[in-house]
Ligand binder design. Structure first.
Ligand code: NAD
Length: 455
């Protein structure tokens, strides 16, 4: 890794660096979702002139009218940003006026659990004609090592009408180039203990100048940028972090299943183990993985590994264990009902929590979706309550068509199933009013009642 002070910048990069350092740079953010919108607000707050780009005209209209579509972002923050010059658009021609462009588009899996890079590809094709000399392009979407070099760079170069090329690893060009880097988003939605700006930003450029420009950009909004030697290292860093979580969650999920049979309280065990001042980090069992990251990202690496005749066994095993958890929850509900002399067929079940984790409004890949489908398949009548998710329509893998029901008259349900441990639920009152409570999150910890089944 070259020392930043030793990098000789050509004139076109010096100008960009100076405006990034002065925070007078114009930044375009493509993809205004859970990652892109908060990022635009951080940039705007720091003084950058930000333009948001999205193909979803409804989102653009909302932002232009000062409205927010993300629960934890108040409309006032959008208004503040607008006063500082933030605007949103579907018109990609406006990319040509930006000093730096950051891509925050989705990277899901296909139905065959393979990387679905259509969003990155479409964005690259749409942006390519508008890239100008000296601009910096940064990909933030989580993906396998090699995506920036093998997919993004060729698409941007092929589609650029001025014939610009990405600055290569050799001698710095004075003209005809732009710069490309990868920097993963590491946010933990709903985590209020670490401010987003205090999460160090890992940055890897296609070559040293891109690393320096991207690191300088992020140093304007994050406490620290961590420079790494390549886009591949930055891409792999994000995957290591998420695979680490996925594998450790699978481990505690498996140990939970064993502990249930042995009559041991796994949560008490984890609390006790957590008192060790070194060598142990707690992970908690649950009803299955959710969110846009942990259930998906590891499979980006498994897929890429096949190109190298390599089988990522930890990832596959963790996936197997974690994906079996919703079925375990449904079995536990059936057994609990059975003990109450009820069959699953025609049982009335209230699911508490649709979001994939507590205190957020994101239901992507939520295990609640799978559990509800499995309960329905067995003939149960299922309702749900979630203060963050008023309705659930159709998604890529489900079609539930439900609305959140008020949290009242709990005695009418044969079973109340706690899937998400939102902080605002009063668990004592829930247990008091319910006939039977199945708890997948240990949300009822400390409450002694025969009605509770922890699973
Ligand atoms: N949500 C998280 O907490 C989180 C955390 C870390 C990393 N990530 C990663 O960040 C990336 C973005 O995730 P997200 O949660 O913000 O997704 P999202 O679905 O909330 O938002 C993506 C946005 O991109 C827009 N979009 C799609 N195609 C486009 C195109 N061709 N041009 C312009 N806009 C387009 C969509 O309309 C949407 O508004 C993913 O790779 C994800 O894995 C997400």
């Amino acid at each position: 890794m070259p020392n930043p002070s030793q990098i000789v910048l050509p004139q076109i990069a010096q100008q960009r660096l100076a405006c990034l350092q002065a925070r007078s740079a114009r930044i375009g953010v493509i993809g205004l979702g859970y990652v892109g919108l908060p990022l635009t607000l951080l940039l705007s707050e720091a003084g950058f002139k930000v333009t948001g780009f999205d193909i979803d005209a409804k989102k653009v209209d909302d932002l232009e009218a000062g409205r927010s579509y993300i629960f934890r972002i108040p409309a006032a923050e959008i208004e503040d940003a607008r006063k500082k010059g933030f605007s949103a658009t579907t018109d990609f021609a406006r990319l040509s006026g930006q000093d730096a462009i950051i891509l925050c588009v989705p990277t899901p899996l296909t139905s065959h659990r393979e990387p679905d890079l259509r969003f990155v590809e479409n964005t690259a094709r749409a942006a390519a004609p508008w890239i100008r000399e000296g601009q910096l392009v940064v990909l933030e979407s989580t993906t396998y090592p090699g995506t920036t070099e093998e997919l993004l760079v060729p698409l941007l170069e092929a589609g650029n009408t001025d014939g610009l090329k990405v600055q290569g690893k050799g001698e710095a060009a004075e003209h005809g180039v732009f710069y490309v880097a990868f920097s993963p988003e590491r946010e933990d939605p709903g985590n209020v203990t670490v401010a987003r700006r205090d999460i160090p930003k890992v940055v890897g450029g296609h070559e040293a100048i891109a690393t320096e420009l991207a690191a300088t950009l992020y140093e304007g909004i994050f406490t620290r940028a961590v420079r790494v030697s390549s886009t591949r290292v930055a891409e792999m860093t994000k995957l290591l972090e998420n695979i680490y979580r996925c594998v450790n969650i699978a481990l505690v999920n498996e140990l939970k299943l064993l502990s249930l049979r042995m009559g041991v309280d796994i949560w008490e065990v984890i609390d006790a183990a957590s008192t060790k001042p070194f060598g142990f980090q707690p992970f908690y069992p649950g009803p299955g993985l959710g969110g846009h990251c942990i259930p998906i990202d590891p499979f980006y690496l498994s897929w890429k590994a096949r190109e190298f005749d390599f089988n990522t066994r930890f990832i596959e095993l963790a996936g197997e264990v974690n994906e079996a958890m919703p079925a375990h929850v449904v079995r536990s509900v059936a057994m609990a009902l059975n003990r109450h002399g009820k069959a699953m067929n025609a049982a009335r079940i209230l699911v508490l929590g649709m979001a994939y984790k507590k205190d957020i409004d994101d239901l992507r890949e939520s295990p609640s979706l799978t559990v509800i489908e499995l309960l329905r398949e067995q003939g149960a009548e299922v309702l749900y309550n979630d203060p963050y998710i008023p309705a659930v329509g159709r998604g890529r893998h489900y079609n539930l068509n439900m609305s959140s029901t008020p949290l009242s008259k709990l005695e009418q349900y044969d079973c109340v199933l706690i899937m998400t441990d939102h902080s605002e639920y009063d668990y004592r009152a829930i247990v008091r009013q319910s006939r039977l409570v199945v708890d997948t999150r240990n949300a009822t910890r400390g409450i002694a009642s025969e009605k509770i089944v922890r699973c």
